[in-house]
Design a protein around this ligand. Structure first.
Ligand SMILES: *Cc1c(COP(=O)(O)O)cnc(C)c1O
Length: 384
């Protein structure tokens, strides 16, 4: 079965993890700091904090931003539920801004319109770099200056991507950026995430939230230190730490990041060429961005064809190809419907959902397998 995404694990990766297993530190050892330093250096950002996963990272990024009950978080409906749930964890209300019909990222025009017309302004906006293509960060940043909200980039898809002159993660136009290292993402630590920032105050808060609200820094203590064993809990935090096993895997994977992204870009270009005579809308790429190509999404106007999306998925599966769909608009999920959202609230995302599906794309997908995917798709669309 050709799946939509999968990890690449090398002999070096396994050796890196084995070395940690044989060492003194399985967690809270030196590999975390090493991984953080290397990702920060790669992205050109001052601080990085590794976490147990990106969902945890989004949660404590929101807390560090000061998000709380009575506040408002806005994000895109075309994302994984975690981009919105993080606001709910903090007791804040969540609202959405519809997507751009070409990039499938948050629409800057819609954002501006909503900021102008809504009484309730957001404290935090989370742009999601869908499929690995950066949002219009410079424009969103200008709106943040004007309306006084904080930006947390959900770059779960986008390590290795570039926006204008900078790597995603530089935080040039945001307060914080979050990466995910889940196995389907660009690099993996099994479970894992990271928060990047240039702001020392946010960095200090994130460190506390990651580990129980506990500090070992005498300077930060309320009462001063009692001795070398002493620590102080100065706030309420969590255990959202990454292990050293995972961090060592991350460091090893990071060495292949450029190769991973190059291969994804090559396969994406090749899909563009192989699919161009099919009745599909292929991914649009803005000239300001260079995507990391987490996923390759196409649109098909099922309404005008004889085939349903369910039948397409079934027939592709019979041919050994697992398609996927990113994403079910978050506001249509039962949990968000109970909060008052309705179908029809974000029509561009909903129309997108009717037409979109995700083709297999990952580092180890061979040219031949990619041709199989395209041939199967051609057959299925022709037979109906
Ligand atoms: C994968 C993903 C997340 C959550 O990442 P985890 O590391 O699995 O918690 C959040 N947002 C987006 C857009 C994602 O794709």
């Amino acid at each position: 079965m050709i799946s939509y995404g999968r990890q690449n694990i090398s002999g070096e990766d396994i050796e890196a993890v084995r070395q940690v297993l044989a060492s003194d530190w399985l967690t809270q050892g030196p590999d975390i700091a090493d991984f953080e330093r290397k990702v920060a250096a790669y992205c050109g950002v001052k601080y990085a904090v590794a976490t147990s996963n990106a969902t945890a990272a989004l949660h404590i990024a929101c807390l560090a931003a000061g998000l709380k009950e009575g506040d408002m978080l806005w994000t895109s409906p075309n994302t994984f539920v975690a981009s919105a749930n993080c606001g709910r964890y903090c007791g804040a209300a969540v609202d959405f801004v519809d997507i751009d019909d070409d990039t499938y990222n948050i629409s800057v025009a819609e954002l501006e319109k909503k900021l102008n017309s809504n009484q309730v302004k957001p404290k935090v906006v989370i742009p999601v770099h869908f499929a690995g293509q950066s949002c219009e960060m410079e424009k969103i940043h200008a709106l943040a200056q004007q309306y006084g909200f904080m930006i947390i980039e959900d770059a779960s898809h986008a390590i290795g991507a570039v926006y204008q002159e900078d790597r995603v993660g530089s935080c040039k136009y945001s307060s914080m950026t979050v990466f995910s290292f889940h196995p389907v993402k660009i690099i993996t630590t099994a479970e894992g995430g990271m928060i990047l920032t240039n702001n020392k105050g946010l960095y200090d808060k994130i460190l506390l939230y990651r580990s129980h609200g506990i500090t070992r820094d005498p300077e930060a203590m309320v009462g001063g230190s009692d001795g070398p064993w002493y620590y102080e809990q100065i706030g309420l935090g969590f255990n959202y730490r990454m292990t050293d096993l995972q961090a060592a895997l991350g460091v090893s994977q990071l060495e292949r990041l450029v190769a991973f992204v190059e291969r994804r870009r090559y396969l994406a270009k090749r899909y563009d060429a192989l699919l161009k005579d099919l009745p599909l809308k292929l991914p649009y790429q803005s000239e300001k961005t260079n995507s990391s190509w987490h996923i390759y999404v196409v649109r098909l106007d099922f309404a005008s064809l004889q085939i349903t999306k369910q039948a397409l998925f079934a027939k592709m599966r019979e041919r050994g190809i697992a398609l996927n769909l990113h994403y079910i608009p978050v506001h249509t999920q039962p949990y968000y419907q109970k909060l008052g959202f309705k179908k029809g609230d974000f029509p561009v995302s909903e129309a997108y959902y009717e037409e979109a599906f995700t083709l297999p794309l990952y580092y180890d997908l061979t040219d031949r397998q990619q041709e199989e995917v395209v041939e199967s798709l051609r057959e299925v669309l022709r037979n109906d």
